[in-house]
Design a protein around this ligand. Structure first.
Ligand code: KMT
Ligand code: NI
Length: 176
């Protein structure tokens, strides 16, 4: 995991877009982002995932393979993932293979780019504007954790500007 301010250049979304300004774990926590590094063996990692699910009452999980050949309707999905949106539930992702970028909005509404790689578990809070892209290797395999009834429907900007989960998120990070 590595995070930094996005450079806002017009280059391919899959490039690093590293502005050179690092964003610390502390700053990420200030945005409501949680992060765990799971670098044990498969059994140890699964045990850690089980524990997290118990703590948060998560009942279900699945695995998604994102690559041009593995994901049905790849082009369409990639566009949806990279369109700025919120969810009314947190988004927990554990990277099993490959890599990708989650971009999240900071307190000044700038993009913070978070590189996630194998072994990284990221919790994106409900209500935060974000988006996702693969990197130039074009492959990620991730476990998605969800409650019984996940509210994962993306709500795009600006439709979510007045959404109660978005407003609650802004208040929780001290912006409102
Ligand atoms: C999402 O909701 O943006 C995703 O599930 C992205 C793929 S998971 C690495
Ligand atoms: Ni999302």
């Amino acid at each position: 995991m590595r995070s930094y301010l996005y450079d806002n250049s017009d280059a391919d979304q899959r490039e690093l877009h590293d502005s050179g300004v690092a964003v610390s774990m502390e700053q990420l926590r200030g945005l409501g982002i949680e992060y765990r590094r799971l670098n044990g063996n498969t059994a140890e990692n699964l045990a850690a995932v089980e524990q997290l699910c118990q703590e948060r009452s998560y009942k279900n999980r699945d695995e998604i393979n994102i690559s041009p050949s593995l994901l049905p309707e790849y082009e369409k999905k990639i566009k949806i993932f990279f369109t700025e949106h919120i969810h009314e539930d947190e988004e927990i992702r554990f990277v099993l293979e490959g890599a990708g970028f989650f971009d999240v909005r900071d307190k000044e509404d700038r993009w913070v780019r978070i590189l996630v790689e194998k072994g990284d578990l990221l919790i994106v809070p409900a209500g935060i504007y974000h988006r996702f892209t693969l990197d130039t290797t074009n492959y990620i395999k991730a476990m998605r954790l969800f409650k019984e009834d996940p509210k994962w429907t993306p709500i795009n900007r600006p439709d979510a500007d007045k959404n109660q989960y978005h407003l609650a998120h802004l208040q929780s990070i001290g912006v409102s």
